[in-house]
Design a protein around this ligand. Structure first.
Ligand code: PGA
Length: 253
């Protein structure tokens, strides 16, 4: 299966002109055939960016829990699929901090799957404790977010492990190591296996995210046991982002 690198632009940049410039630089610098490169821009830039290049797939940074109706401000998976969006990042820690819980994320995953968009479910603990309770925390996130979803559909979901304590905007953040990542990836596969099957759990794609840059991307890809990366800050710099993509192309795990 192809590795996948997703750039999460968050609420950046502030103009469509800058967005187009970053996107054009990324797509024109891409020479990689064995990796899927995805950008998740703010909703309002999606249509314009889709017209610039087809080499880069598009993800949304969120999607609604419902397909249509009187829900002011919401954008549905159905609408996103219609304009060519392939993936939807759901349950990002920044949205969880704004009040989203596992129950709402579960509804969003179901709605997005129904519309034919692939969910990228973000999980990850706020901090680590000596008793290793963070494993149970991530387990609950997975079980509650994937509750009531058919086994085959679960295997289509991409899981992004993003320890909040390693994300670039977290105050007093720390670097996660490839080992931190690897042990959680093994654990995530075990949890997925318990609700699907060992065969399906092997198929599911797991990404790492949390201040990934061109210096440590290789380490996570070769030793972290992941199938790709979710890159925030560094994805707004086309040179850095392309470097990460190139590192992914040559890394083998
Ligand atoms: P970061 O963001 O790479 O800037 O830490 C990752 C994310 O929050 O998805």
């Amino acid at each position: 299966m192809k590795k996948i690198i997703i750039g999460n632009w968050k609420m950046n940049p502030t103009s469509i002109k800058q967005a187009s410039k970053i996107f054009s630089s990324v797509s024109s610098g891409l020479k990689n055939k064995n990796i899927e490169v995805v950008v998740a821009p703010p909703f309002v830039y999606i249509e314009k960016l889709k017209k610039i290049s087809k080499k880069v797939s598009i993800a949304s940074q969120d999607a609604s829990f419902i397909d249509k109706g009187p829900y002011t401000g919401e954008v549905s998976g159905e609408m996103l699929r219609e304009i060519g969006v392939k993936y939807a990042i759901l349950g990002h820690s920044e949205r969880r901090h704004m009040g989203e819980d596992n129950e709402l994320i579960n509804k969003k995953i179901k709605s997005v799957l129904f519309s034919g968009v692939t969910p990228v479910l973000c999980v990850g603990e706020d901090d680590r404790d000596d008793n290793h309770e963070y494993f149970n925390f991530v387990k609950s996130q997975l079980l509650e977010c994937l509750k009531g979803i058919k086994k085959d559909s679960i295997s289509k979901v991409i899981i992004a492990y993003e320890p909040v304590w390693a994300i670039s905007t977290t105050v007093d953040r720390r670097d996660a190591t490839a080992h931190d990542c690897e042990e959680m990836v093994i654990f995530i596969r075990k949890v997925i296996s318990s609700i699907t099957s060992p065969v399906l759990a092997k198929k599911i794609r797991i990404l790492y995210g949390g201040s990934v840059n061109d210096r440590d991307a290789g380490e996570f890809l070769t030793k972290g046991g992941v199938d790709g990366l979710l890159v925030g800050k560094a994805s707004l710099d086309p040179k850095k982002f392309l470097k990460i993509v190139n590192i992914c192309e040559v890394s083998k795990n």
